[in-house]
Design a protein around this ligand. Structure first.
Ligand code: PLP
Length: 384
């Protein structure tokens, strides 16, 4: 067994995500941007939001980027725009944040699931194929932890079966598959700017992207009470617009996004190098050769008593998190889909063995080494 050389505990408090660190680095820029909005009197939508939308559509290479109030709203609005309703089924993954399933159910449709590829944690296109039924209207894959799904296979499947494709790119802004960016392939793609995301606001914010002019117009109207002209309502809509303050903050951050993602990539490479010391107990994340991830999370599979490892690491000052401890088909709120233990073995295995370590642009190499070495030591101590 390789001997792990321990390194000294960092003086800084380690965090899963350092949301304040980026603010401190560019404080003047953020303060100026927010003050300019306060002085402008234009607080919802308006020129700053439009400018951010244009910058995002240029960054992603997509015709339309429509801002809304959150990633969750982006999913709901996307499904409203394609007409998802009671009796429809939307095929998605049971291994993700609840918003993906929640919004399907809120529209009266039924979330149905396909198991994940155990290496990438993303939905397996072949499983998607097997689960398409007569009521399936759309495929809703999630690009989990910042790595895109197999967009080539999934887009082909959607085309072949006449289904809508909605990408949940909440965790994958800037990630690509075979050089094609997430958010540019689906009929509609959904982005979250939740503060902990790679591009995070200082509050809730979201966006939908599409290359389809008619869908873009619909999305914009649905996000604004179904209206295209003030007090005239052509369709059912909601109030889901973006605050100009959040757009101003996001415009500052967008300038640094690629640099921050590049730092995450370095952090991931260093973690993987160190974790590879213990292949029997720790499986570092697998990167598909066609994928260029943005490392939203760095998630490991471990063969150890996870609760004890987490507790011991807490004593070492190393935070860890479980994304996600209960698969969606086993959540009490989603029993409408009739899920039971054993239905999705890869998902259930991942839920039981996964553990994520801190991942963000503000980590130093020394901190990464400390985290990884303590992690290995604790996993060995509590190995199963
Ligand atoms: C995969 C996924 N989908 C949807 C969402 C919902 O986004 P929001 O929190 O902005 O509503 C999130 C995250 O928060 C997410 O991780």
């Amino acid at each position: 067994m390789a001997v792990t050389v321990e390194i000294e505990r960092p003086t800084k408090t380690l965090q899963m995500v350092d949301v304040v660190g980026q603010y401190r680095r560019y404080q003047q820029e953020f303060d100026d941007a927010v003050l300019a909005v306060l002085r402008s009197g234009s607080y919802i939508n308006g020129p700053v939001v439009r400018a951010f939308e244009e910058e995002m559509s240029a960054y992603l290479g997509v015709r339309h980027a429509i801002a809304c109030a959150s990633g969750t709203d982006a999913l709901q609005l996307a499904m409203m725009a394609i007409g998802i309703t009671g009796g429809d089924e939307v095929l998605t993954t049971p291994f993700t944040f609840v918003a993906t399933t929640e919004t399907i159910a809120l529209l009266g449709a039924k979330p149905t699931y396909a198991d994940i590829d155990p290496r990438t944690f993303n939905v397996d296109p072949e499983e998607f194929r097997k689960k398409i039924g007569p009521r399936t209207r759309a495929l809703l894959p999630v690009h989990l932890f910042g790595q895109t799904c197999d967009l080539t296979a999934i887009a082909e499947l959607a085309r072949e079966r006449g289904l809508y494709l909605i990408e949940d790119a909440a965790q994958a802004i800037g990630a690509s598959w075979n050089g094609v960016k997430a958010c540019t392939v689906g009929d509609i793609s959904c982005i979250s700017y939740y503060p902990s995301k790679n591009l995070g606001a200082f509050g809730d914010a979201g966006m939908m992207t599409t290359n389809d002019d008619a869908l873009a117009e619909k999305l914009r109207s649905i996000a604004n009470h179904g209206s295209t002209k003030t007090y005239f309502h052509d369709r059912l809509g909601v109030n889901s617009r973006l605050d100009a303050i959040q757009a101003a903050i996001l415009r500052v951050k967008l300038k640094y996004l690629d640099e921050w993602n590049a730092r995450r990539k370095e952090v991931a490479a260093l973690y993987t190098e160190i974790f590879s010391e213990e292949p029997d107990l720790i499986a570092p994340p697998f990167v598909h050769p066609s994928a260029e991830p943005i490392w939203h999370q760095y998630s490991l599979l471990i063969r150890a008593d996870r609760t004890k490892v987490m507790q011991a690491l807490r004593e070492d000052g190393v935070p860890t998190s479980i994304y996600y401890p209960v698969p969606l088909h086993l959540q009490p709120a989603y029993q409408l889909s009739g899920g039971k233990a054993g239905d999705f073995p890869h998902t259930e295995y991942a839920s039981e063995h996964i553990l994520s370590v801190p991942m963000h642009s503000e980590l130093s190499d020394t901190e990464v080494e400390y985290i990884a070495k303590r992690f290995i030591t604790r996993v060995r101590e509590f190995k199963a």
